[in-house]
Design a binder for this molecule. Structure first.
Ligand code: BGC
Length: 797
């Protein structure tokens, strides 16, 4: 074996603790962040995610306490309540409140935060009123949804997660922080860390997919990027992790719908990314719209107080989602606004986004004894703590000329392109006419047709209208490469409408071309908030266009643009090459051109299971086995065959996805050697003591050789999964517990090594706590969630 790229030891712990104690929390935080450092290759100084917060410049900085108390001691009740009130003073992202007297309210100390104001001059003008006219001169905190870049547009979060590269996510968030802060925005309502198991839910686009482990790594990376090494640096912004909690489990994938999540599932799947973000020092969290087991998340003391404050020790700010306090009325747990405000406030929501109900009712709660002054003080502390940690009291104003210099820096644009290149997932690459894989393309193509409604640079809506910066569309990038006369462009159809004439022109264009690039998918506003879909295929006439173009017999490369996986089984059967490009942001055109021609070898992998049909949703790899698992039946035998009928399956569709979680192709190929583990026997008692972790040693080392068997250098994300059987609560058929990106040259082998610390083996048990239990253990090191050779071990008592 030739020695391959040396890869560092790695293990990413389960972010939940077995039995929380201070030293264990600190240790786990260090290990988690250390791993992400190794994964990301970022310099040592930024390795410890919570360190900036603990060491100074973050919300947990003990030096803030005295300052918070000193301000609090001077505040009237009305001023205190003012800090708990937030309005949207710009474009709405939900039903408006009809209020516009912000200037007077600010002068009276009745507003703590404004959002959706994006003009630095306007921001300063409100801030001047707060700082110069209000009695205590407390600055306003300006927020915005900066979700995949501020002006320089990065791939949507689902695409960013598909890089499996937390360093890219951290760098992209840093750019977003620099640009947004230069504009006067110091608070972003991002990252969305909701676990999304159902592609019908449009907001899948805004998160990191279905897995809690990957979601936790990405959550921490976003927080580190936004908040930087010091939150009070002028180019840092406060993160707001959302939507706490369970929003992604909306029944039927219909946005805002109710959720029923057992504590077991909540603890093991939905909470971990939030916990990771808290450990990374996030300044704030947003309470979600959904009801969780009958109690709306915005009035849920169990999640907001018991878990967040008591178990996790969170000291930052909790803001409601848009009018979520007011929505407690239609939820049916509050007959009127006063009750809604009381329930949200007493449950632990500090700041009321938009509804105005805290403004209207909190004061009277104190006078009537519904809320104590101490409870008001505690909520105000959380707000002041964030404002102080951001250095807003020292630097309340934005330099109005700064934005022009900070936006669209060449390095930012280059980073957006790199991020896009790493986010593409090669779903299929079968042989073309030359008898070899169609991609990458040869450079001498004479006549390339680019067809489809999504080819011209689809920009995905962020908080601020984006796409204004320098962009090169895919057809333009291809023309730059091949020469103007060699690329023709046909619409074929609109995204949601189309004519016979357009379609015929595109078919004629394909007939005259050597090769067709087909750019199909969703309109950007078909995913995201309030964009759930009951059908996941190509909209309207796009499927017709696809089939007509393929019938010309010309080689076709399909590029799918979408905020979720799309069910296009016909395409997967008949089109030789398919790339999932998500919404790739401002670098998308050049990134795709470079990928098509092989300057870049695709390395993205799926962070959601790709369904064959919408009826399979919710679909996720880390499911429980059930009492009647279908095993290998999966439609290989007809459903009339009795032994294979009475199992957990559909009679008209496989259980397996079109492509599994973790899957992604490359222009080279990798082969995996057997998974080797350092021990076949672990002890539950020792794991729970955490003794191995305390001495710095892992509980288990797992390794495998990964060989590049192709002819190009490639980057592979090597994944580690475990399964536990015989435990008190049923565990998933596989659970991701580690991953590494390795670069391997042709013919070379990388030995990939994972260190598994005790927390990896902890489950949420039937006593409602995290602990390791006696179990049979299987470990896989594999290219995705459906393959790999297993290694067997046992956890003894
Ligand atoms: C969304 C949040 C967003 C907020 C403010 C809501 O409708 O659910 O994710 O942060 O609006 O724009």
């Amino acid at each position: 074996m030739r020695s391959g790229v040396r890869v560092p030891l790695i293990s990413c712990p389960h972010p939940q603790k077995i039995r929380p104690s201070a030293w264990r929390l600190a240790l786990a935080a260090l290990v988690l962040s250390g791993i992400c450092l190794i994964l990301s290759g970022t310099p040592l100084r930024s390795q410890s995610a919570p360190a900036p917060a603990k060491a100074g410049g973050g919300i947990d900085d003990a030096n803030l306490d005295a300052r918070v108390e000193s301000i609090l001691g001077r505040m009237t009740l009305e001023e205190k309540i003012g800090q708990l009130v937030q309005y949207s003073a710009g474009q709405p992202t939900g039903p408006g409140t009809g209020r516009s007297d912000y200037e007077d309210m600010i002068a009276r100390g009745q507003v703590g935060s404004l959002f959706n104001v994006v003009d630095p001059h306007q921001i300063n003008s409100y801030q001047h009123i707060a700082v110069e006219k209000s009695r205590l001169h407390i600055p306003i905190l300006f927020g915005l949804d900066v979700i995949h870049g501020f002006k320089t547009e990065f791939p949507i979060p689902l695409g960013l997660a598909s890089t499996w590269d937390p360093s890219i996510v951290e760098k992209a968030s840093r750019v977003a922080a620099r640009e947004a802060s230069a504009d006067g925005i110091r608070w972003t309502f991002s990252p969305m860390v909701d676990i999304a198991r159902d592609a019908r839910w449009g907001r899948m686009a805004e998160g990191a997919g279905e897995d809690p482990f990957l979601g936790s790594v990405m959550a921490a990376a976003y927080v580190r990027g936004y908040q930087g090494t010091r939150l009070d640096a002028p180019d840092s912004i406060a993160a707001c992790v959302k939507h706490y909690v369970g929003y992604g489990a909306a029944e039927g994938g219909r946005d805002y719908n109710s959720t029923e999540i057992s504590q077991h599932t909540l603890r093991q799947f939905y909470l971990p990314p939030f916990h990771a973000a808290v450990q990374a020092g996030t300044a704030s969290l947003m309470s979600a719209f959904n009801s969780l087991n009958g109690v709306p998340s915005t009035a849920n003391p169990f999640t907001l107080k018991q878990i967040l404050r008591k178990e996790w020790g969170f000291r930052g700010l909790v803001v409601s989602d848009w009018d979520a306090v007011g929505e407690l009325i239609p939820h049916g747990i509050a007959p009127d606004g006063a009750t809604a405000a009381r329930k949200a406030f007493l449950a632990g929501v500090d700041m009321d986004m938009v509804s105005s109900l805290y403004h209207d009712h909190l004061q009277q709660f104190v006078t009537s004894g519904v809320a104590t002054p101490a409870e008001i003080d505690e909520a105000v502390r959380h707000v002041l703590r964030v404002k102080l940690a951001l250095g807003l009291f020292e630097h309340p104003f934005v330099d109005e000329g700064a934005a022009a210099k900070a936006l669209y820096q060449p390095e930012s644009i280059a980073l957006a392109q790199t991020a896009a290149e790493r986010s593409f997932v090669l779903l299929k690459n079968a042989n073309g006419p030359a008898g070899k894989p169609l991609l990458p393309l040869a450079s001498g193509i004479q006549n390339l047709a680019v067809i489809g409604p999504l080819a011209d640079d689809p920009s995905y809506p962020g908080g601020v209208p984006q796409g204004a910066g320098p962009r090169v569309s895919l057809p333009a990038a291809l023309a730059q490469r091949l020469g103007e006369g060699h690329v023709s462009r046909f619409q074929g159809t609109g995204i949601l409408n189309g004519s016979d004439e357009e379609l015929a022109a595109a078919v004629a264009g394909a007939q005259n071309a050597d090769l067709v690039i087909l750019a199909l998918g969703e309109a950007p506003d078909m995913s995201g908030e309030a964009a759930s879909r009951a059908h996941l295929g190509l909209p309207v006439r796009q499927e017709e266009l696809l089939e007509a173009i393929v019938r010309t017999g010309k080689p076709v490369i399909l590029i799918l643009f979408s905020g979720r996986p799309l069910t296009v089984p016909w395409a997967f059967e008949h089109v030789p090459a398919v790339i999932a490009a998500w919404f790739p942001g401002s670098g998308g055109g050049p990134a795709l051109a470079r990928t098509l021609f092989g300057d870049v070898n695709p390395s993205g992998k799926l962070v959601v299971s790709w369904p064959r049909s919408v009826g399979q949703e919710p679909l996720y790899y880390n499911a429980l086995n059930t009492g009647r698992p279908p095993d290998d039946v999966d439609l290989t035998r007809p459903p009339t065959d009795i032994p294979s009928r009475y199992v957990s399956r559909y009679i008209d569709q496989q259980n397996s996805p079109q492509f599994p979680f973790g899957y992604g192709g490359s222009y080279t190929s990798f082969s995996y050697g057997p998974t080797k583990i350092s021990t076949q026997k672990l002890s539950a008692e020792a794991l729970n003591r955490g003794s191995a972790a305390a001495t710095g040693g892992p509980a288990m080392i797992a390794e495998a050789d990964v060989t590049n068997t192709g002819s190009r250098t490639g980057e592979e994300t090597v994944q580690l999964y475990i399964q536990l059987r015989g435990t008190s609560t049923a565990q998933p058929v596989r659970a991701l517990k580690g991953f590494q990106r390795v670069t391997v040259a042709p013919g070379e082998t990388a030995r990939v090594k994972f260190e598994l610390i005790p927390e990896v083996f902890a489950i949420w048990n039937d006593k409602n706590e995290f602990a390791a239990e006696p179990a049979k253990l299987t470990v896989w090191i594999s290219p995705d969630s459906a393959h790999g050779s297993p290694a067997e071990a046992e956890i003894l008592p």
